[in-house]
Design a protein around this ligand. Sequence first.
Ligand SMILES: Cc1cc2nc3c(=O)[nH]c(=O)nc-3n(C[C@H](O)[C@H](O)[C@H](O)COP(=O)(O)OP(=O)(O)OC[C@H]3O[C@@H](n4cnc5c(N)ncnc54)[C@H](O)[C@@H]3O)c2cc1C
Length: 426
Amino acid sequence: MKFDSIVIGGGMAGLSAALRLAEAGQKTLLMASGQSALHFSSGSVDLLESEGDPRTALPAFMAANPEHPYSKVGLAHIAASLDDLQRHCAAQGLPLFRQERNHQRLTPIGTLKATWISPDTCACVTDAPAPDAILLATLEGFRDFHPELAAANLATHARFAHCRILTGEIRLPQLAEFSRNPHEFRSADIARLFDKQGNGQHDLLTDLAREISRMVQESGEPRCRHLVLPACLSLGLVGPRLAELELRTGCIIKEVATMPPSLIGMRMQEALKRRFMALGGTFLTSERVLGARYDGDRVIGVHSQNGDDQLFEADNFVLASGSFFSRGLESRLRGIREPIFNADVLSLPERDAWAGRRLFDHHPFMGFGVKTDDKLRVLRGGKPLANLYGAGSVLAHYDPIKEGSGSGVAVATGWQAAGHILSSAQ
Ligand SMILES: Cc1cc2nc3c(=O)[nH]c(=O)nc-3n(C[C@H](O)[C@H](O)[C@H](O)COP(=O)(O)OP(=O)(O)OC[C@H]3O[C@@H](n4cnc5c(N)ncnc54)[C@H](O)[C@@H]3O)c2cc1C
């Protein structure tokens, strides 16, 4: 089977690369072994933790970190990659929000986290004034969002000093079926129930709207118009459902990402996957790539767990297999390893030096990963492979947590890897 390009990995980095390649008319195959970090993430795209506009902070950051993936992409291309992400999501009915500096998204425990882009439906603190009252609510029996905890943390923020933060619980008898097995009572289960019934019928949504109105009435602040619910009302595009609820209740309703599985991240993954397939791309799931065949410094094909001896051939390849979390990198007693190409990895010889002593210390292993040259070509035996590009959290020299740069790096490097492939094909 021969393609123009093969992308290994179906997370933010792989999708970003695959979308650009497919849109440029390349016959593109994306192979993903399983879920990506998006299934566990907020769905927001962190660019760089900074006061004010992170784009203003980036030049100094890149100058101080010349090996950082952002430095290999460049400011203009980082911006273009994020614009493309917004365009692709919008085309799939998933509008994304951003302003001219980082906004703050509400976390499930009520802390605020700086980020660059968030789905429109997310509860965020923006430049607009905070409301006088806000109601954080959950569904009775749902264990992955605790309004009281979130409210207590939110109340400590100066922006909410004047704001009355209320909590509430929605009772829907239809959810009682889950109580037989509390371990199944997850956001995805509730969402499936809503999705089964669809919009606009006299159904669960009608009961939810009535319950919301009751809760607001009983909250002691009946004029409260700002409501935050856990993200559990749809596995798919939730915008129309929230709009319908807003119409019926007169409230402004936003979502907060729950503990995993995170529907907000999953929706983004699905939207980007749909877009890729609409552009003519081929997406293979449950397809773990095991190894590659080479001709000199070129990869000629990869083989997978399911493919027996079948070789998936292409002119170019993108390695976007993620970090330890997605098994793009493996940690063994004797060191760190990239399992598909046995690429060169940045690591430290002394295992004791890999992690800090305390949880919130700096952990050097976060910056471990695959080494690349300036064009993001993956190094093997000290030399770049001519047609294999690295993207996303498999890469060395960046620490998504310390820098607040996780999905920003994934989107930018995926986009840039695709750009190098397209230039080389001209
Ligand atoms: C739990 C968690 C939450 C996060 N939350 C955020 C957040 O809210 N905002 C943010 O900006 N960043 C967040 N990050 C940082 C994250 O690293 C990036 O956001 C980004 O999503 C990483 O994308 P990626 O495509 O590089 O890797 P991943 O999302 O990890 O995707 C890797 C893909 O490669 C596939 N794969 C792995 N090995 C193989 C193989 N051998 N063959 C085929 N496929 C393979 C996996 O199945 C997966 O599809 C989070 C990270 C984690 C781990």
